[in-house]
Write a protein that binds this ligand. Structure first.
Ligand code: KPL
Length: 314
């Protein structure tokens, strides 16, 4: 299958390498430094399934972009412009996987597609990703722990959407990637957002690996963030179960103990973070239901204070 990875950073490059290893025809669209390194030396993956893969990499998507599927792995705040570019460049109705952290991603995608003139009709398939990946250097990505891609079960979506969900499930599974179906994607997305809201800002502010959150003093901060995020999600009607969220947090911290969270990697590189699509959405949901979220508010402010100035609006 011809697959484009649009926004080939840590997770996009990892997925792209696995698909290339399974014999698919890949095109990576990424940042200038990453693309230059991949063109010169290939894409090196460290950790499970380590190896070196050669594949075409470009800084800008070609027009037309003639592929059978797209993995859209830009950050949440870049989904709208990326969707505009894809809707402009893709030919026909092509399924696009959206595995971003955070909430409100489908809405951003739809806004981008609506701005394309004339628009093609890419088909968004929302997913949850828990695979931990770190860009070690341009052209080098490490899988630092275990995780999976979660898709909505085909019976939970329309018959039309089910075919695209199954397509991505089989594409990833055939490449040996851990992929599962979940009965309630909205709940899975909110659960992941609450867990990210308790991991990412804490690791980023304190400069620690995910594994540090299993112990004092960070454990208590994360527990308070989990409680606040869970209360907001429950008030918003997202069916969250606090026992399941705590179990998911503990599992993620153990399975990704050696990972630098994506938010920590963003601050390391002086880049904007996903605080706007994770903690800010949780906090706004809480506020609209009169739920006090002081620790979430504190960590939003601390992340904002560390982001580059141009990045402040979310
Ligand atoms: O979502 C993550 C992130 O870093 O953003 C994981 C991989 C679960 C934890 O690091």
């Amino acid at each position: 299958m011809r697959v484009a990875v649009y926004g080939a950073g840590a997770i996009g490059s990892l997925l792209g390498a696995r698909l290339a290893a399974a014999g698919h025809d890949l095109l990576l669209v990424g940042s200038p430094a990453h693309v230059a390194a991949i063109r010169e030396h290939g894409l090196r993956i460290e950790g499970p399934g380590a190896g070196l893969w050669r594949m075409p990499a470009v800084e800008k998507s070609p027009r037309p972009l003639a592929v059978d599927a797209v993995l859209l792995t830009v950050k949440g705040y870049d989904v709208e412009p990326a969707a505009l570019a894809l809707a402009t460049n893709l030919v026909g109705s092509v399924p696009v996987l959206l595995p971003q952290n955070g909430l409100g991603i489908e809405e951003r995608f739809a806004r981008g597609v609506a701005r394309a003139r004339p628009p093609s009709s890419p088909i968004p398939v929302r997913a949850v990703n828990t695979l931990p990946a770190t860009v070690v250097a341009p052209g080098v990505v490490r899988q630092a722990g275990r995780g999976e891609v979660r898709l909505p079960s085909p019976t939970s979506v329309s018959a039309e959407a089910a075919q695209w969900v199954i397509l991505f499930h089989d594409l990833l599974a055939d490449a040996g990637l851990p992929v599962t179906y979940v009965p309630d994607l909205d709940r899975a997305l909110w659960t992941k957002a609450v867990v990210n809201g308790a991991i990412n800002p804490v690791t980023a502010v304190h400069g620690v690996l995910n594994g540090a959150l299993a112990r004092a003093p960070y454990r208590e901060i994360s527990e308070r963030l989990l409680a606040e995020g869970t209360a907001a999600g429950r008030a918003g009607g997202h069916g969250l179960d606090s026992g399941q969220i705590t179990a998911e947090f503990e599992h993620t911290v153990r399975a990704t103990a050696e990972n630098r969270s994506s938010m920590l990697q963003d601050l390391d590189r002086g880049r904007r973070t996903e605080i706007g699509t994770i903690s800010v959405v949780l906090w706004e949901t809480g506020r609209s239901h009169a739920i006090a979220m002081p620790v979430t508010e504190e960590y939003i402010a601390r992340i904002r204070a560390r982001e580059p100035p141009a990045a402040q609006p979310s």
